[in-house]
Design a protein around this ligand. Structure first.
Ligand code: 6CS
Ligand code: FE
Length: 301
């Protein structure tokens, strides 16, 4: 039985026509009282996040911290001997594209996922206790880093992982420079306020393909034109240590990296403990735990 047997406002991939509907969830779940959160956003920045769907901070981590995190990330990639759980290889080369679940499998990145500079903002935006739904390093290696086509993470996490509502936030921490040449993350401001129902039934074991090149659970070109007409495209750039907090439903993507500079970013996804994953809302079995934690482990405040 899937969760689709109940009235699901965010159904997708079941009809032949793409459709844009209004979001049915708040963006900001807090009550404005960021009591005890040393790293809380100002009221003005919260309003900006509600309006645009993202908040970009340069130098949230120091250059030295970013250098040491990058070296740890490259160390992990160098240890990869072949296809293994949680490791995704770039299509067309044998270079590492992503490594998942580093918040559980690596002490250094576990500490980052628990860092109050990230957790305080997640708790503030999501209005309470949070846990890590997913973590990953996207290496986007020099010359070989391929694109991530436009998508809403929430559409995938709802349909394929069973995330009920839009009450999760991602943070991307730049471990290298993110510049106009090396495939920076691109976001569509205000796209988080629309939910795009995608066309095309989810293939079996879809993640084995989608993490390399996503072709299902992606918006139609008409839907993308409409979202970009309304909000434009922004590619927040910054030095190593910059951080981009973005709503789970914000439309985003990135181009391939033709430059000699890698674009290595660490992603942590915080989900509200009130929004724990249930049975997927699509018609496939849940994806592996390295993509979606199924046990809620609240991060201590
Ligand atoms: O399917 C997922 O969960 C992953 N795919 C993308 C393109 N972004 C979110 C996440 O890393
Ligand atoms: Fe994504």
């Amino acid at each position: 039985m899937t969760s689709q047997t109940i009235a699901d406002p965010y159904w997708s991939r079941t009809q032949s026509q793409s459709e844009a509907v209004n979001r049915e969830d708040p963006v900001f779940w807090g009550d404005g009282a960021a009591v005890g959160l040393d790293n809380a956003l100002t009221t003005e920045l919260v309003k900006q996040f509600e309006r645009d769907g993202f908040h970009h901070r340069t130098s949230l981590f120091t250059a030295d911290e970013a250098t040491s995190l990058l070296s740890e990330a490259n160390c992990l990639a160098a240890q990869v001997k072949g296809p293994e759980h949680g490791v995704v290889i770039e299509p067309g080369s044998n270079v590492v594209r992503s490594i998942f679940r580093i918040h559980r499998n690596n002490e250094v990145f576990r500490a980052v996922a628990n860092d109050k500079r990230l957790v305080d903002v997640a708790r503030q935006l999501l209005g309470g206790d949070v846990y890590v739904h997913q973590s990953r390093i996207n290496f986007k290696p020099a010359f070989d880093g391929k694109e991530f086509f436009w998508h809403s993470d929430f559409e995938t996490w709802h349909i394929e992982d069973g995330m009920p509502r839009m009450r999760a936030v991602s943070v991307s921490v730049s471990l290298t420079d993110n510049n106009e040449f090396n495939g920076p993350l691109m976001v569509v401001p205000r796209s988080h306020l629309k939910y795009i129902r995608c066309v095309g039934a989810t293939p079996e074991n879809h993640h084995e393909q989608s993490l390399k090149k996503q072709e299902y659970g992606v918006p139609s070109r008409e839907a993308m034109c409409q979202l970009v007409d309304e909000g434009g495209i922004v590619a927040p750039k910054g030095d190593p240590g910059s951080a981009l907090f973005f709503d789970c439903n914000l439309m985003h993507g990135s181009s391939g990296n033709l430059s000699p500079y890698p674009r290595t970013n660490l992603f942590v996804v915080y989900n509200s403990v009130e929004n724990a994953t249930v049975a997927p809302f699509g018609n496939r079995p849940p994806r592996p735990k390295y993509l979606a934690e199924r046990e809620v482990r609240p991060i201590p405040a």
